[in-house]
Write a protein that binds this ligand. Sequence first.
Ligand code: BES
Ligand code: MN
Ligand code: ZN
Length: 513
Amino acid sequence: MDFQLKTLTVAQAAAEKSDVLIVLVGSAPITSKDPLSVLAASARKAGDLPDKAGKLLGLYRPEDVVAGRVVLAAIGDGKPASVRTGVVAAVNAAKAQAPKRVTLAFAQPADGAAVAAAVTAAADASYVYTTTKSKAEPRSIRQLTVGVADAGAVSAAFDEARATVRGIELAKEWGNRPANHATPTLLGEAAKELAKLPNVKCEVLGPKEVEKLGMGSFAAVAQGSAQPLRFIVLRYHGAPRSQAPVVLVGKGITFDTGGVSLKPAAEMDEMKFDMCGAASVLGTFRALGDIQPAINVVGLIPSCENMNDGRAVKPGDVVTSMSGQTIEVLNTDAEGRLILCDALTYAKRFEPAAVIDIATLTGACVIALGGVRSGLFASDDTLAAALEAAGEASQDRCWRMPLDDDYAEGLKSNFADVANIAGRAGGAITAAKFLQRFTSDFAWAHLDIAGTAWKSGAAKGSTGRPVGLLVSYLMGRAGSADAAGKADGAKAKSGKKAGKAAAAPAGKTRTEK
Ligand code: BES
Ligand code: MN
Ligand code: ZN
């Protein structure tokens, strides 16, 4: 889908060549005197277009409009969440006619956040998965034109939203692909494909290299599978090399049977989504490649299958992680933390400003927060606050959970330094406490996306979350890095060399550490 931003009044939007025209109508009085605005105002007055986000009024071939169909969509207060509700409803209604060209016009002034919400919502509502269907009917919309009163004022937000959509859709694609079409090897190839984007580099390690690194925990999960593991290292360089990167670590279990601690059969197919953390890292890099912000980012993806096999790791086995800590594998279904811990240890070599892991880690997180908010765990308050704010701004929300040391009690083992499970109680938190043992060298946050990465039931499919949150967070950092960079430039002129600490987004990095 191709997105375009134009300066359009409602009258100009009516003259746009398109199959469906969607007019977004907010609570403010409609004062324009063009035919459509007059119509919208009288519908509002008559109660036929209630002032409630998501309410619609469909028109067929109204006079003075090029598009054959018009949908008036209420967006209430015009805030991003209301715009999203209105646009999703309108695009869903418009979809029945399989329109190729859609114009989406704001009847009242809209800010960048509202425009971004409209772009991501329109993409979400029209997305169609096609890869493994023999007679796929792809998304009908080819071109979406967004009309606003002043395109110049919102063009940066629009560009960022368009790039975010590309990232979300890449994450959806890999999340939705069945496990036999999304093996660790194929994920590695998808990552290499991203290295074609400017300032993106990719390296993919295999079993021998991973063994050499001493990643005994990751290797133990992979050993029951016929598919060789992959360890993907992505780098985006948008700032001077001296600037400390943010490291994103994505869980890439391409299928989770539970291993010897086998999962029940019902809904086990959904464990193809167990690589959605990895997919969100790929999606974020897709967006970075488009936006080219002034930051450095590293993406790490440990990827393998968790299978039941004669060679598979067994309950009670003790494995040695890259950190040197030994782990008693009491339950082979708690495999996510076993691959993530080695990736977290590997992250240290980048001397990161912050490390964020993203994982479909626990069923317990689904019970705690459902599908609305991702679980956020953080050892650093500044980092936590920035991620919470990014979640709100992108409507890809998260909720901070506790990390008291008391929660780690149950992870004690008689035969190793730590066990990979505690009791059932507080399962999302005990999983996070396990990961925290491998993060003492940097500011760290963990997003448990088990409830938010995909939908079950009739709407089964990947959501592309939390690409929106991650892009928003990184763009926030790029903004503050810019400011710090300017300050550093001034310092450099005064004769001091801009070293690592100076070139990094100074204040922020230090408080996060
Ligand atoms: N991938 C699952 C987590 C999961 C389960 C996500 C259901 C979404 C829906 C993870 O590897 C897992 O199996 N976790 C176990 C941990 C337990 C054995 C301590 C779980 O949550 O049941
Ligand atoms: Mn599991
Ligand atoms: Zn899993």
